[in-house]
Each structure stands twice: as C-alpha cells, then as structure tokens.
Design a protein around this ligand. Sequence first.
Ligand code: FES
Length: 115
Amino acid sequence: MYNYTKIDESKVEYVEIAPASELPNGERLFVEIGGKMIVIFNIAGQFFSIADVCSHDDGPVGEGTLEGYNITCPRHGAQFDVRTGKVMQMPAVVDIPAYPVQVRDGNIFLGIPRE
Ligand code: FES
C-alpha cells in the first residue's frame, strides 16, 4: 500500500517545504526528504505529491509530461495518477507512493509516513 494520502494522520509526519507562492499553478517542485526523491505538483490550485522514482525501472517519473492527473514516465512511458500513485499504464505494474500535501498559513507541508 503506497497511497499515503489515505492513511491515518497520526502515522504521518508533516514537513514544511516552501511558501505556496513558490509553487504556482501548473508548476512542480522536486524535494529530497530522508533520502526519498519526491515531486509536488500544483494542478489548478490543488497540491499533489508522488515519489520521483518510477516503479518500472527507477526512472525520474516526476519529470514526465502531465495530462490531467496522469503523468507519463519519460523513460519508457508508464503512467501514474498523481493523486494516488496508482499505475495507469504499462510497462509499470506496481503503484508508486503518493503523499498527502497540506497548505497552512500559506506554506506547503508534505506528509511523510513515520517509519
Ligand atoms: S522507468 Fe518509468 S517506464 Fe520505465
């Protein structure tokens, strides 16, 4: 289970990332937290976050083309839903982590599951 947007809040630790003004609509932000490569998207004013590591062959999926909520891995074309991390198209067959994002007092917070 990789969709951390659905797990109990007590199992998530929120990390302050940046002012929301630094991630305007249509943009994405790459961060590394605890050795995890993660990308955060602003899609029409809503924030979503997934691992920046494709489950097919570790490609930089966060750099891919976004259509709606689907992102296409630039390496071999697998697609994932950035809202859930769910794989939408082969060659990947395994979902990737999706993380909860909150905006509080104008700042973006990313929810990382506690170990
Ligand atoms: S590494 Fe992403 S599709 Fe192959």
